[in-house]
Ligand binder design. Structure first.
Ligand SMILES: [Zn+2]
Length: 236
């Protein structure tokens, strides 16, 4: 008798659990989570790009300054050579080497500046693409969120009704038995199984005849040795 009402209770309890789990798996909810994660990723990408650009900007300024300084050195050196032409071959060679070295450095800096400008353009383009993609996703997210909020509100109300119904059914059950049910449910759900052809219908283990006798006597609650479910003899 006790187990009959516990079995009835389990039906509404499982129905409510199933409904709650379907709520969590709702297609709109999954899509919103995906879009939210995407937006977070884009934010992180944007931050990374911004910090890369800041580092590049610093380097760009430093290279520009250094190039300007070298140009002045070169100018001074040219002036010096003009004013005091070299007296010996060695001196001419030394000056020529110095000029070549300066020109080499300037050319290296010029290359680096070109490369940095190209990189800056690329990063600029990437930032624009991210902004466009993120803005598009945000619009979709906001629209879907409105729809999902409605769905969630209705489903939550329905679930609350189901849970209230479950609580009502729970009051009909012996609290000790209910506690046992809940504790089994922690590791095994549904927590009850019908006895069918001498087997536990939860795990399909054949039950020893002593267990079958215990169940049929109806004097105690019998749990399956294998899966731990409360065994229910529906008399089928
Ligand atoms: Zn079992």
């Amino acid at each position: 008798m006790q187990l009959d009402s516990l079995w009835q209770f389990m039906q509404v309890d499982m129905e409510a659990d199933g409904f709650e789990s379907r709520m969590r798996q709702s297609a709109n909810r999954q899509k919103l989570i995906k879009q939210r994660d995407f937006l977070k990723d884009q934010q992180a990408n944007m931050k990374k790009l911004e910090s890369d650009v800041a580092v590049m900007q610093d380097r760009l300024e430093a290279v520009k300054d250094e190039a300007a300084r070298l140009e002045k050195v070169l100018e001074a050196l040219s002036q010096e050579i003009n004013d005091n032409p070299p007296a010996t071959v060695e001196e001419a060679q030394k000056q020529s080497e110095a000029v070549t070295k300066l020109l080499d450095s300037l050319s290296r800096y010029e290359h680096e500046l070109q490369k940095m400008r190209k990189d800056a353009d690329t990063k600029d383009r990437q930032q624009k693409e991210i902004r466009v993609r993120a803005a598009k996703t945000k619009v979709e997210f906001d629209q879907l969120k409105v729809e999902y909020d409605k769905e969630f509100k209705a489903d939550t109300e329905k679930l609350q009704q189901m849970r209230a119904n479950t609580e009502k059914e729970a009051k009909k059950i012996d609290p000790k038995l209910l506690a046992k049910y809940r504790s089994i449910k922690q590791h095994c759900t549904p927590p009850m199984a019908k006895l069918i052809n001498g087997q536990c219908s939860g795990c399909f283990m054949s039950l020893p005849s002593a267990t079958l006798l215990d169940i049929r006597s109806g004097e105690q609650i019998v749990e399956c040795d294998n899966c731990g479910r409360i065994l229910y003899d529906a008399g089928e």
